[in-house]
Structures are given as C-alpha cells and as structure tokens.
Design a protein around this ligand. Structure first.
Ligand code: SF4
Ligand code: ZN
Length: 301
C-alpha cells in the first residue's frame, strides 16, 4: 500500500475518503484539519493566551501537542491546565503524565482541584447526592466552572478542550434524546463573539484518527478510563455510532454537518439573557447558578 501524497509506504487507510497515507502525511493531515477548524471559526486570534485543558487522556494530549506545534509558527501562546476532580486511584496517574509531558516541552502548567474550589471532591459529592444524578452530570457542572476559574486565574483569552467529532455527535444525541433543544444551539463551533471563547479545535476529527495520531507521534496518555465512565448513556451511543460508521463510511461526517446547520439555526433563536448568581457572582441564566444550586443540594442533606 503506497501513500497517495508522497509514495512512501502507507500505514493508514482513511475509509471515508479512500486515501492511503504514510505516518508523516497522516499527521500532517491532522494538523491541517485542526488548523482549518481554528481558522474557519476564528477560534484563536493574534496575541491570545490559550488555556489548554488537559485531562491526560489521548484527546487532550493530542490537542496540547498540536497547539504547541502551531504556537511555534503563529502569534499565540499556550498554558496547560488540569482539573483534579478527586477520583481516587485514577486521576493521579493522568496528572503525572501531563506534568512530565509539559516539563519535557517546556509548557507552562497548573493544576486546579474541586476540593480547593468547591470544598468537595467528586467522590465526596457522590456520597452526598440524594437524587439519581449521574456522576458525569455532577462532574460536568463542576468541571465547566473549574475551567472558567482556571482561565481567569491565568488571564487567558480562550479555553481549548480536546473534544473530537465523536464527542460532538454523542453530545448531540444525548441532548436530542433528553429533549433539550436549547443545548443544541450552544453546540455551534463559532464562539468568536464571546469574551472568553470556548473552542474545540479537534471537533472535526474522528476519535479513531486522534488515537492513531497519538500512537504515531509517540504521545504518552492514560489508557485507563474513569471508573464512572459507563454510568451514563454516552458509552451506548458511542458504540451505536461506531457500528453505523463501520457499515457506512463517512456517516459521522454527514451527521456532523447536519449538527452544524441545526445548531446555527437554533443558536439564532436563543435569547441569551445574562444574569449573575446571587451566591457566587458568576454569570448564569437564573437567580442561582448551577454550581451553587448543586453545592446547596449536596451539603444541605
Ligand atoms: Fe467526570 Fe464522568 Fe469524566 Fe469521570 S467520566 S472524569 S466522572 S465527567
Ligand atoms: Zn453561583
């Protein structure tokens, strides 16, 4: 099998496009794809400081690697941050991987913890919960606030996360099956008008290609999944989408394009009323933000 770009030995067959690529041309194609997404949605501007959220999994380390390479030839800087949720026996290994990677590449790095920010680790929160909120829904509310806090602390203009195309499709189906149409409007990748931009530079790249990029570029990453990962519906949706893709190459790309159109349409119809939380002063849509609501619920038990 010969690479379609340079005639070297190909190591990757891109089924949805019919291309065969050697490892160098494959990596190059991923860098170009991410760069195209960034420029199409004006994700990063001149002189920006980009807060790169790194969990230690494959997606976030690929994102860090790609943005680090781009920052050498473009006019922006990066700062890596991790969130320690307080998940015993899981998060520590990931944090060590990120710390070593950042030290090796001389990337600035800082860890923020749920315990310090909310006076609760994730495990403590799960022990206190009284309804059947999934671990990931509690964790997600804390995580968004923790990243906002991290970005403000380091004075960043942009928050970049490693969500890939599969993550976007899964989130869309989760929102669709729960009847939450407002969240579909928030999925549009153009955040250029927001003060603190939240960007997903890998959102047009298949998860399987992120994994291949991590392996061909010898990137370290944690392979063990979070112990709470299988509690929600996400894993079932991931398997469903993968089985569709294996029988119908390119179906994920088609679905992504549909989401782009739908989210653009829904986004325009959402009236964004901005208020501030009466307890913590953060921006929210009601009187009390979701984080304060949850902490009151948990601690009020
Ligand atoms: Fe948090 Fe769920 Fe991710 Fe685990 S899988 S880190 S609980 S969001
Ligand atoms: Zn609040």
């Amino acid at each position: 099998m010969i690479c379609n770009k340079c005639q070297n030995q190909a190591v990757y067959s891109r089924k949805y496009s019919g291309e065969n690529l050697c490892s160098e041309c494959f990596s190059d194609s991923i860098l170009r794809k991410a760069a195209r997404t960034i420029s199409k949605y004006k994700m990063i501007k001149n002189n920006d400081l980009v807060c790169v959220c790194v969990s230690g999994g494959k997606d976030s380390l690929v994102l860090l690697d790609i943005l680090n390479k781009m920052s050498k030839t473009h006019n922006f800087k990066i700062f890596a941050v991790s969130i320690d949720e307080g998940i015993p026996g899981y998060r520590d290994e990931a944090l060590k991987i990120v710390e070593n990677f950042c030290a090796e590449l001389k990337i600035k790095y800082k860890i923020f913890s749920y315990k310090k920010l909310f006076d609760l680790t994730l495990e403590e929160s799960l022990d206190l919960r009284k309804d059947n909120n999934s671990s990931c829904s509690i964790c997600g509310i804390f995580r968004r606030r923790a990243f906002d806090h991290a970005a403000k602390t380091i004075n960043a203009d942009v928050i970049a996360t490693g969500h890939n195309l599969d993550d976007v499709l899964q989130t869309f189906l989760i929102n669709t099956t729960s009847g939450d149409t407002s969240k579909i409007g928030w999925m549009h990748p153009d955040a250029s008008s927001n003060k603190l931009r939240k960007i997903k530079p890998l959102s047009e790249i298949y998860e399987s290609e992120i994994v291949f990029y991590a392996f061909t570029n010898d990137l370290p990453f944690q392979t063990e999944p979070c112990p709470h990962m299988d509690e929600g519906i996400r894993t079932e949706i991931r398997e469903f989408l993968n089985s569709l893709e294996s029988n119908h190459s390119g179906i994920k790309n088609n679905m992504y394009n549909t989401i782009l159109k739908l989210s653009q349409f829904t986004n325009q119809s959402i009236q964004k009323e901005k208020r501030t939380c009466l307890i913590c002063g953060n921006e929210c849509t009601g009187k009390i933000c979701s984080v304060c609501n949850m902490i009151t619920d948990l601690k009020g038990k």
